[in-house]
Design a protein around this ligand. Structure first.
Ligand code: PLP
Length: 467
């Protein structure tokens, strides 16, 4: 481009910029005035500023100045979404039950009611109603945790990573913690067990190899600097072939001989036996306690099926020590979480988890039932001229639990010209729907779609397929 053309373009841009309507002039528009009444002046002014600024950038790239009406239209469109929260409900058609990116466990009706109740007004969160005196928030879930898991004591923190951080900081800061190289795992989202352990100020002593660790490896690593032995459940991967791991029972044995503690990170922390649902056996919290772990840490929103929380159960003296640690304050749970965890735990106490806890309802759903739902969806869509069929497939538990384990399922498979396009339209629709693409088909697994979401899902599908 020579100098003369550059100048011409420069002056054209300059001319267009001079035509750019001011924020004031957009504000005069009657529709904009009406939206000020509905949404308040600050939000509307802010939106118009944004729209005018976008137009300025557009002009600077060489485009002509948009008309005043165009700016009004853009501002009104932007106002539609600007005062809405951006955490949206999503219908999960992926068949991954504990989908971390989609918020892990959906909660039971009782849990939602309990959380709403706790949020609505005041509660006896830290108040003894009989005595009229101050009490601890830790007391609420503790009795339930004791009764269900058989542990001496229990407490809640924000999540399992927090539970591990607190346990190690309170019990082993400045000392050594022995762990097998086969258990230095990355959980997901860049979260690595050894890094959390390092944050707690303990010195990691790694023993064994990636595939094989023996009791003698622990025994030769233990010295007067050792505070505890850490055991981490392989929640999201499997080691096959020439392998050897020291079981929790064996580790407890080694610890007992040297007067050391054993902390178990169970990850998903199931309270039910997964092997009764056609899955392999995931160690339960009750088993870990019975096998002699001094403390057991697990998540509230994986196989427990409750709100995000970290749960610690174990020896009373140790849990007391954790509750008193300053870090416990930084990791403490909110009243709504306590209410939700409590309501979820009550389902287990009443032996009704498979009927009431969504994660377990989904796990225990029979394949015939899933197939029937997929078939009814296919029938409903058949009028649209879409190639919809029901095919056998697999659902997974997800959430870093039961790696490689699957549940037979029935999938609604749609053959469309562009599955990516359909997937995008469904994700950005209202409500948002997430499915999966396999073999060039767009698929939805009814197992993870909650019964009351079905009508909305079908309307979203009809809309997306027709557009
Ligand atoms: C998921 C998981 C964690 C982290 O739990 P959060 O509740 O997400 O903090 C830690 N350890 C193991 C073994 C896990 O599976």
């Amino acid at each position: 481009m020579n100098r003369a053309t550059t100048l011409t373009i420069g002056s054209r841009v300059h001319e267009e910029l001079r035509k750019l309507p001011s924020v004031e002039s957009v504000l005069q528009n009657t529709e904009i005035q009406r939206s000020i009444e509905a949404k308040g002046r600050p939000l509307v002014v802010d939106t118009i500023r944004h729209v005018v600024e976008q137009a300025r950038l557009e002009i600077e790239t060489g485009l002509p100045c948009p008309a005043l009406e165009t700016l009004v239209e853009r501002a009104l469109a932007e106002l539609e979404t600007r005062d809405r929260p951006d955490l949206l409900s999503v219908i999960n058609g992926t068949g991954v039950i504990i989908h971390t990116n989609l918020g892990r466990a959906p909660l039971s009706q009782d849990s939602r009611t309990a959380m709403d109740l706790a949020a609505r007004g005041y509660s006896n969160l830290e108040y003894d109603l009989a005595d009229g005196s101050r009490a601890s928030r830790h007391l609420h879930a503790e009795d339930l945790l004791r009764r269900i898991t058989g542990a001496g004591a229990g407490m809640l923190v924000n999540n399992n990573a927090g539970a591990i951080l607190l346990a190690l900081t309170a019990l082993a800061r400045g000392k050594e913690v022995v762990i097998s190289r086969g258990q230095l795992v990355e959980i997901g989202g860049g979260f690595r067990i050894p890094e959390v352990m390092a944050q707690s100020g303990v010195r990691l002593v790694e023993v064994g190899t990636t595939n094989r660790t023996h009791t003698r490896d622990y025994e030769s690593a233990v010295d007067e600097e050792t505070a505890l032995l850490m055991h981490v459940h392989h929640s999201n991967f499997r080691v096959l072939g020439f392998t050897q791991q020291v079981s929790l029972i064996e580790l407890v044995d080694v610890a007992a001989q040297h007067g050391l503690l054993v902390v178990e990170d169970l990850g998903s922390g199931s309270l039910l036996d997964t092997s009764s649902f056609g899955l392999s056996h995931e160690p339960t919290v009750q088993e870990a306690i019975a096998q002699g772990a001094d403390l057991v840490c697990f998540s509230g929103d994986k196989l427990l099926g409750g709100p995000q929380a970290g749960i610690i159960v174990g020896r009373t003296d140790l849990v007391t020590c954790l509750k008193r640690h300053p870090l416990a304050r930084a990791l403490r749970v909110d009243k709504t979480t306590i209410a939700g965890v409590q309501a979820t735990l009550l389902h287990y106490l009443r032996d009704e988890a498979t009927d009431k806890v969504p994660v377990w309802q989904m796990i225990s759903l029979g394949v015939e039932e899933v197939l029937a739902r997929a078939t009814s969806w296919a029938d409903r869509l058949s009028g649209l001229g879409v190639e919809a069929e029901v095919i056998p497939g697999l659902s997974t538990v997800g959430g870093g639990s039961l790696p490689g384990e699957t549940l037979p399922t029935g999938l609604l498979a749609l053959r469309v010209p562009s599955p990516d396009d359909l997937a995008h339209r469904l994700r950005t629709g209202e409500p948002a729907v997430v499915g999966r693409i396999e073999g060039g088909q767009f698929m939805l697994d009814p197992r993870t779609v909650l019964p009351w979401e079905e009508q909305d899902l079908l309307s979203a599908l009809e809309q997306a397929l027709q557009s």
